[in-house]
Structures are given as structure tokens and as C-alpha cells.
Design a protein around this ligand. Structure first.
Ligand SMILES: *Cc1c(COP(=O)(O)O)cnc(C)c1O
Length: 371
């Protein structure tokens, strides 16, 4: 008898998350040295972690034989203080991805619905599928979330609406006005999740924490994986009103956020200088890349985050060709965007090497001349 007969039937439909290709895999498969490879595939910080975070983590390594603080006292205090909230408004996750899972565990039953945009971050749908819920994907003309259409897609079975702002993989941003108008329409039975993984890259970020303060059913997600450069540590957080956090706390394992991650995150949080440098590097690199794409005649989605979605013709072929040159980007077939790749902003040298190799690809001429 197949185990699939006894496992949850909806698990058959669950496709695994396709991550950016690790440098180690590319080195092994192509016989390259890891140092020769650049990875612009997972929106990581090209400057690495904050030096202050590294020091704090080294110190905590010595205490690896102790279980971590399962309550995450100091990190939750630190996050709350920085944002003008209370510790009771904060839950830690093994990446903010885990908080998406908590929200699913807490609220989704088989047959329920979640609402998200057609090209939203795929993890929302993966998590909904894991709990037997249905994902209602709302068209996103021009790759921007259509919040009026998303509000109209809410039914009595809708439990959660996911809004990534800026969105990944499109890099588009919603304004405060659009968000406020949406929140005026959302019924009480729905939890609205604002996924703000790239919040710290914004020059004029919209305010969604006001909904937390007002006691709305809102969870704001943030992470240490992006501007903080701690993706390997798996640490992120959710912000919500205390009784919503209490519900989510019930769904997690006692030591879901490890102590080395907590120590690194807390020290990184205070390193404004490292975040500022990262933001500046990103904005300059992003402007440069977008100008070069325009010069090449390539369509791209103007980005508010640390990556750009660009139309190259045959995305898989371009991904493979760049890979052979030791440059890892993200192929977008899993987002049903076969003509596009997503490239993260690297250092100036990494961006230049990517652009040089891109210009030399024969496939590219096809994308540019077809328009
Ligand atoms: C990168 C990213 C995350 C963060 O994931 P972690 O689990 O915190 O590493 C969450 N949401 C979006 C939209 C992202 O792009």
C-alpha cells in the first residue's frame, strides 16, 4: 500500500519550494571554485552580515551546549523597542517563512481559502496547500497588486489575505492610500498579512504597524534574511496585536529560533550603519542595472527591493548560460514567467560582471529584437 493513501490527500498537490541554486552545487557540477561564483539568486546581502552581528554570534557559539531562550526575550524586546511596540506584539520564527506557517496552522482548515496576487511570493500558496486550503490568485496587471480586486475576491471562506510589499519576485510597491482603502473594506473574519521582507530598503515606507496598534487582524512580517544579511541563520518575526500573537505562539515549537540567530539578529538590529550602507549600495546598483536593461532594450519591472524582474526571452536558457559562466540568477518558471529571470543586486563588481555576461548571450538579442 502506498503511503499516499494514508497521508493527507492535498499533500499530493504540494510542489516543493525551488530555492536559489547554492554556490556549492554550482561549483561541484561545473568544476568551478566557489570563489569564482557569484550568486544573485536569493536577494541576499552582498556585504554579508553586520560585523557586530558576527561578534555577537561568535560569543554565543561558546554557549552552544545550552538550549536557547525559547521565549526570545531580548530579541523581542529589541525589535519592539525599535518599532515603538511591546514584546507581546512580537513572535520570532525560523525565518519569517515559519511565521507564514504559524498563521496557516492557526487559522486554516481543509476547504478554507486564502487570497493573494497572481505573482505573489510562492510560499503563501505552499503553506495554504499544506493545510488543505485553496489559494485564490487575483490577477495583477502590470505585476502590481490589484487590492480592489483582492478585496472583491474575499468570500465567507477566506481566512487570510497575503500582501507582500514590496512583492517578490516583482519588486512592486503599494502606496499608503491603496493599503488604507483596502483595509477599509476587509471584513473582521480575515487575517491580513503584510509581508515586509524588503521594508528596510524603502525610502518612504507605508505604515502598516498602525493597524497592529489599532487592534486590527493584521500580521506584519519582517526578516533578518535580507538587509541584515543573516539568511543562513533563519530568523524572522511577525508583529501583531497581543491576542493574535498569543494564538500564533501556541503553534510553534519551544525552541524554533536558535540562540546564535537571536544574538546575531539583536546585534544586527542596532547596526544602523551596516543597514544604511546596504541600502545605499542597493539603490545605486539597482539604478545602474535598470539603466543598463533599458539600454539593452530589455523590459523590466521597476523595483523597490534588492532585485529586478527582467524579461530576457527564454529565461531558463539565459539562467543556464549564465550558470556556465559562474553567475547564479533565478529562473522564473516556477512563477509561470518563463520569459523572465530575477536578479538580485550585488556589489558594483558583481553587477558589472553579470551585465557583461548578459550582453554576450545570444538569446538576449531575441528578447530585445522581438519588441
Ligand atoms: C525573502 C522573503 C521572505 C523571508 O524569508 P525568511 O524565511 O525570513 O528568510 C519572506 N517573504 C518574502 C516576500 C521574501 O522575499
Amino acid at each position: 500500500m502506498s503511503l499516499w493513501n494514508t497521508a493527507h490527500p492535498w499533500l499530493r498537490e504540494l510542489v516543493s519550494y525551488e530555492p536559489g541554486k547554492p554556490i556549492e552545487d554550482v561549483a561541484r557540477e561545473l568544476g568551478l571554485k566557489p570563489e569564482e561564483i557569484i550568486k544573485l539568486a536569493s536577494n541576499e546581502n552582498p556585504l554579508g552580515p553586520s560585523p557586530k552581528a558576527l561578534d555577537a554570534m561568535r560569543a554565543m557559539l561558546e554557549r552552544s551546549h545550552f538550549y536557547p531562550d525559547g521565549g526570545g526575550y531580548y530579541l523581542r524586546e529589541g525589535i519592539a523597542a525599535k518599532l515603538g511596540l511591546k514584546r507581546e506584539n512580537v513572535i520570532l520564527g525560523c525565518g519569517s517563512n515559519e511565521v507564514i506557517e504559524f498563521i496557516g496552522k492557526a487559522f486554516l482548515n481543509p476547504g478554507d481559502e486564502i487570497v493573494c496576487a497572481r505573482h505573489a511570493f510562492v510560499v503563501y500558496k505552499l503553506m495554504a496547500t499544506l493545510f488543505g486550503a485553496t489559494t485564490v490568485e487575483v490577477p495583477d496587471p502590470g505585476f502590481a497588486h490589484d487590492l480592489d480586486a483582492m478585496a472583491a475576491a474575499i468570500t465567507p471562506r477566506t481566512r487570510e489575505v497575503f500582501i507582500a510589499n514590496p512583492n517578490n519576485p516583482t519588486g512592486t510597491l503599494l502606496s499608503q492610500t491603496e493599503i488604507d482603502r483596502f483595509m477599509d473594506k476587509v471584513p473582521e473574519h480575515v487575517v491580513v498579512v503584510f509581508d515586509e521582507a524588503y521594508y528596510e530598503f524603502l525610502e518612504n515606507p507605508p505604515d502598516t504597524l498602525k493597524f497592529v496598534r489599532e487592534g486590527r487582524n493584521v500580521v506584519v512580517l519582517r526578516t533578518f534574511s535580507k538587509i541584515q544579511g543573516l539568511a543562513n541563520l533563519r530568523i524572522g518575526y511577525g508583529l501583531a496585536k497581543p491576542d493574535l500573537i498569543d494564538v500564533l505562539q501556541k503553534t510553534r515549537q519551544p525552541f524554533n529560533a536558535n540562540g546564535i540567530a537571536q544574538a546575531g539578529a539583536l546585534a544586527g538590529l542596532a547596526d544602523d550603519d551596516h543597514q544604511r550602507k546596504t541600502r545605499e549600495l542597493t539603490i545605486i546598483g539597482r539604478d545602474h542595472m535598470q539603466r543598463e536593461f533599458a539600454a539593452l532594450g530589455l523590459e523590466f519591472v521597476p523595483s523597490f527591493a534588492n532585485f529586478i524582474l527582467v524579461r530576457v526571452g527564454d529565461g531558463k536558457a539565459v539562467f543556464q548560460a549564465l550558470l556556465r559562466k559562474g553567475i547564479i540568477v533565478r529562473d522564473m518558471t516556477s512563477y509561470a514567467l518563463p520569459e523572465w529571470i530575477r536578479v538580485s543586486i550585488g556589489t558594483a563588481a558583481q553587477n558589472a560582471r553579470f551585465l557583461d555576461e548578459l550582453r554576450q548571450l545570444p538569446d538576449l538579442a531575441i528578447a530585445a529584437s522581438a519588441r
